[in-house]
Design a protein around this ligand. Structure first.
Ligand code: YXS
Length: 258
């Protein structure tokens, strides 16, 4: 059964997450979305829209917790499906719009924020919950947050690990626009049509320029090693195991900070 519904309308590729009940980002779903992006390219496709089904209460529950490693391995390294999918969105040679209806959790925030534009319904929320699961938020995702939001807001989202309204993210410039949910698809379609009528070559060049420039952060080997050591401290911890166990056992986790 397909986990991504695909439709092209006037050179706009609509990719709908279709993995009930909560569009958890399983390896199967993420690999299928990457495959659909690889198969449908410009110039036939001028814009991509990634969305959930109309009326979705949950856009995506984030990384499939059942697939997080529990053997002391970094859960989100370079070749992991979520990191691969995020890079595929960031390097896709045309604008990718996230049309977000419903609640967005954990790694799904990373997927949405990797898109070039984000349009959300007025009931949409975003929650970064690694602290509730004892999981280290991924390094590139943290950098992506730093690119689009202020430090205090980022710390609120990561430390409190609770849903924040799309309206607040819009006021911080993280979300392009929040519209009444019953006008979300019409608004997104109109914007996509405007983009699709412009030069695909200029879009491709400008998108890649912006990606290269925004990633131009010199990171010394010492800084990288320091960060890796911090991450290992987390995913080697008992708290990491407890976070995943508690989720699967449907109970509140009891963290001891080690
Ligand atoms: O009990 P069954 O078998 O029906 O399954 C339940 C949930 O266990 C399952 N489910 C998930 N399975 C795998 N991975 C998930 N992320 C996940 N979320 C939920 O789906 C079935 C229905 O869930 P239920 O009963 O809770 O539905 P609900 O409508 O009451 O609540 C929907 C949510 C999304 C509010 C709730 O399921 C929830 O809070 N899920 C966890 C959201 C979350 O914390 N995601 C972060 C995952 S970790 C991640 O993304 C990265 C590693 S990071 O943290 O770094 O960003």
């Amino acid at each position: 059964m397909s986990l991504i519904e695909f439709e092209v309308r006037d050179a706009v590729a609509w990719m709908t997450l279709a993995s009930p009940p909560v569009n958890a980002l399983s390896t199967a779903l993420m690999d299928e979305l990457s495959a659909v992006l690889a198969e449908h390219r410009p110039p036939e496709i001028r814009v991509v829209v990634i969305r959930a089904a109309s009326g979705a209460r949950v856009f995506s529950a984030g990384h499939d917790v059942r697939e997080l490693p529990t053997n002391g391995r970094d859960p989100l390294t370079y070749n992991d499906p979520l990191r691969t999918l995020v890079r595929n969105v960031e390097t896709y040679p045309a604008p990718v719009i996230a049309m977000v209806e419903g609640s967005v959790w954990g790694g799904a925030c990373e997927l949405v924020l990797s898109c070039d534009l984000v349009f959300a319904g007025d009931t949409t929320t975003f929650a970064l919950t690694p602290a509730r699961l004892g999981v280290p938020y991924n390094l590139s995702g943290t950098l992506n947050l730093l690119k689009v939001a202020d430090m205090h807001f980022i710390k609120e989202m990561l430390f409190a690990a609770r849903p924040v309204s799309a309206t607040r993210l819009e006021s911080c410039g993280v979300v392009n626009a929040v519209v009444p949910v019953d006008r979300l698809e019409q608004t997104t379609t109109s914007l996509a049509a405007d983009i699709a009528s412009a030069s695909p070559l200029v879009h491709r060049i400008m998108k890649e320029e912006l990606r290269v420039l925004s990633n131009a952060h010199p990171l010394t080997p010492e800084a990288y090693e320091r960060i890796q050591a911090l991450r290992r401290e987390v995913y080697d911890s008992d708290d990491y195991q407890e976070g995943i166990r508690a989720f699967l056992e449907k109970r509140r986790p009891v963290f001891h900070g080690s």
